[in-house]
Design a protein around this ligand. Structure first.
Ligand code: B12
Ligand code: SF4
Ligand code: SF4
Length: 313
């Protein structure tokens, strides 16, 4: 058994399960990325997302071996986010119109690892990281050769664009690397920075001021919105796909026919009925949706704000 055989098996099985990309990366410390990240934190771009600045988590983020001492290499995966027709009244980002990917993606990865253990008659020690762990997922994806960091700060692949969810699996497997980094193909394009309603994209540094990003304002921010931020969110009530939608690398993708791990969730559509909903009914309606994390009082504020921006309140 060679690591090449193992890699090929993982690539084809990952594709079968709905991952469009599968690559492999070393888990050496991230030195250049550490500097970018610390500059970003020092400018307070993370706002109220205090978990991104926790000192113990920072050490793990920059050196994955601290997070997972058994680790020898990482499997880096990406799965497409389907596109949906826009709702008339409230805009919900497409990832949130699916069953919460924190449920579906780890389940698919468990299937991948189980299959691997059976196929190669071995035990794998591993840690699945999808958002929640202190891991630089985009930096891992660059290292695995899955794309480049666009001006929007999104990881972009020339064939699959940026409309994807990433996942990193730290493992004790010795998988061959390094992969060669993909070249930057943003060129002279600035569509994302021009289209962003809040002007929060720093196209030079390739980071964003999260405090002003609509995704942060509608999902992460806990405190009351100031009038300017409230106005900037427009009709958005959960997340924002604008910089994704305008990117030329996302055009012409037939996302409805693309295989994906994500599952559309038709039940979680915001409407007037939400205003009379009890906490128990809210839990039921948004049971497997990421919207549930917003909690009912803040969710209603998001809806009220969107109505106000339409001149309906
Ligand atoms: C916090 C967070 C947010 C914050 C801040 C986003 C941001 N851009 O920093 C908010 C709430 C605003 C947000 C919004 C969104 N998010 Co978010 N978010 C995260 C999270 C949890 C951490 C990101 C982070 O550390 N930011 C700090 C900055 C400094 O780090 P970074 O963006 O990773 O940048 C690094 C790389 O650019 C790297 N780098 C590596 N190589 C190179 C090379 C060069 C030349 C350069 C310049 C940099 C570079 O250096 C940087 C520092 O390490 C990640 C999951 C994770 N654990 O990584 C998801 C993640 C980045 N989010 C994701 C998504 C899908 C979104 C949204 C599209 C959701 C939506 N529809 O509303 C928006 C997009 C907004 C945007 N333009 O980025 C995906 C991105 C997938 C992709 N293709 O890139 C991730 C990876 C989640 C996932 N599991 O897939 N998010
Ligand atoms: S998600 Fe929306 S608000 Fe955030 S950077 Fe992209 S376009 Fe701007
Ligand atoms: S819209 Fe243009 S500048 Fe922005 S990430 Fe896409 S290619 Fe790069």
């Amino acid at each position: 058994m060679t690591s090449n055989e193992q890699k090929q098996w993982l690539e084809s099985e990952a594709e079968r399960l709905g991952f469009c990309l599968c690559g492999f990366a070393s888990i050496e410390p991230f030195e250049t990325e550490k500097k970018i990240y610390l500059d970003w934190l020092n400018s307070n771009a993370h706002g109220e997302m205090a978990y991104l600045a926790r000192p113990d988590a920072l050490e793990k983020r920059f050196d994955p071996r601290v997070l997972f001492p058994d680790g020898k290499s990482a499997i880096v995966l990406a799965t497409p986010i389907p596109s949906f027709p826009r709702h008339a009244r409230y805009v919900v980002a497409d990832f949130a119109r699916c069953v919460d990917y924190h449920e579906t993606i780890p389940a698919a990865i468990e299937t991948l690892i189980d299959g691997f253990q059976n196929r190669f008659a071995c035990r794998v020690s591993y840690k699945i990281c999808v958002d929640a762990a202190p891991v630089l997922e985009r930096a891992f994806a660059v290292r695995a050769g899955l794309g480049w960091i666009g001006r929007s700060s999104m990881l972009i692949h020339p064939k699959f664009g940026s409309k994807m969810i990433l996942a990193v699996v730290l493992t004790d497997l010795m998988l061959a690397f390094p992969a060669s980094a993909l070249p930057d193909r943003c060129g002279s394009c600035r569509r994302c920075a021009d289209a962003c309603p809040t002007g929060c994209i720093d196209g030079e540094k390739r980071t964003i001021d999260a405090q002003r990003c609509i995704s942060y304002l509608t999902i992460e921010r806990k405190s009351e919105l100031d009038p300017e931020s409230a106005r900037m969110t427009g009709a958005h009530v959960f997340g924002c796909d604008i910089c994704t939608d305008v990117c030329p690398w996302n055009q012409g993708r037939e996302t409805s026919r693309q295989r994906t791990v994500l599952i559309g969730n038709d039940a979680a559509i915001p409407d007037d009925a939400d205003f009379g909903i009890t906490p128990a009914e809210f839990k039921q309606k948004y049971a497997s949706s990421p919207i549930l994390r917003r909690k009912l009082p803040r969710w209603l504020k998001n809806l009220e704000n969107a109505d106000r921006n339409r001149g309906k309140r």
